[in-house]
Design a protein around this ligand. Structure first.
Ligand code: SF4
Length: 301
């Protein structure tokens, strides 16, 4: 029996066809990365689910990802910079309406032209995108694709792929847009971990190792490409198994330890962290379900 079998799954609901079965707890690249970086950060995000006020950079990432997703919904010939820029304002208006908390970025004492200046930075990221590829020449199979698979160990992996390109030969390319401002040397290992995660899920789902993983850094106007192989993804699978088992052990005991690093500068929960003199809230116990779920903010880095 695998440890996932011990996890709280609502079997009564599963037995009742009228009641939808809750989704099982799963591991996402963001939450796995959190645990590897700092178990306490994982707890704050996945178990306590403490709110984090979105930053302007995160919301800009959400907007730019949405613009690029809509761009690929246009006929190929229309995927030009002017059309992409024209999508920016309506996409931002739609997101503000759907998620009013995003609009709060510019209501608390922000300068009158702060929103315009921020939208301009989003425009520059879109310009950055067009320096890296010509979307008129691409025909993605999927955008914002939810992928989910269960490893033989029973670990359920779940995540979102920004874009999936599939060549007529069947070769798969996984594309991820990076819009954040964190230093590349900090973000790169995390990004590669995320891409290997997607490659493993797609390999398990489709029986084909993706030919290429492509990270597109829109601010730097640079791409990083990487070719995974079976041996490496097999090792990576063992890593994910080990991470999930460690999460389950911590989840049973509530022993999620802080791990201080440079990345603490980006942590929204320093005031509750013992490494910074804070006291975490009382451990609420292992949640169900979706303790590994990604949020839109995770996908906007
Ligand atoms: S401040 Fe640092 S050590 Fe504390 S929870 Fe955040 S990431 Fe972990």
């Amino acid at each position: 029996m695998t440890e996932t079998a011990d996890l709280p799954v609502d079997t009564e609901a599963a037995a009742d066809a009228e009641v939808p079965r809750p989704r099982r707890p799963a591991l996402s690249p963001s939450r796995a990365g959190d645990f590897k970086q700092c178990p306490l950060l994982y707890r704050f995000r996945a178990v306590d689910r403490l709110p984090e006020k979105p930053t302007q950079a995160q919301v800009r990432g959400i907007v730019v990802h949405a613009v690029l997703e809509e761009l690929f919904g246009l006929p190929a010939a229309e995927r030009v910079p002017d059309r992409a820029h024209a999508l920016l304002a309506p996409v931002w208006a739609r997101l503000r309406e759907e998620r009013p908390e995003l609009a709060e970025l510019f209501t608390d004492g922000a300068a009158p032209d702060a929103e315009d200046a921020w939208l301009e930075t989003a425009s520059r990221l879109i310009d950055g995108y067009f320096t890296l590829e010509d979307p008129r020449r691409l025909d993605p199979e999927a955008r914002e694709l939810l992928v989910e698979t269960e490893l033989t160990s029973g670990v359920l992996l779940r995540g979102y792929v920004d874009r999936l390109d599939v060549a007529p030969t069947g070769e798969i390319r996984v594309v991820d847009y990076k819009t954040g401002t964190a230093p590349r040397e900090i973000g790169e290992a995390k990004a590669l971990f995320q891409m290997k995660f997607y490659a493993l899920v797609l390999w398990r789902l489709r029986g084909v190792v993706p030919r290429q993983l492509r990270l597109m850094y829109l601010a730097d106007r640079q791409s990083l490409t990487y070719q995974p192989d079976e041996a490496e993804l097999t090792r990576f699978e063992r890593t994910l198994d080990a991470v999930w088992q460690a999460i389950l052990r911590a989840g049973r005991t509530g022993d999620f330890r802080p791990n201080k690093s440079r990345l603490c500068d980006w942590c929204a929960h320093q005031s509750l962290c013992p490494a910074f003199g804070g006291t975490p809230p009382e451990y609420p116990g292992w949640p169900e379900p979706d303790a590994g779920e990604e949020t839109p903010l995770d996908r906007a880095d």
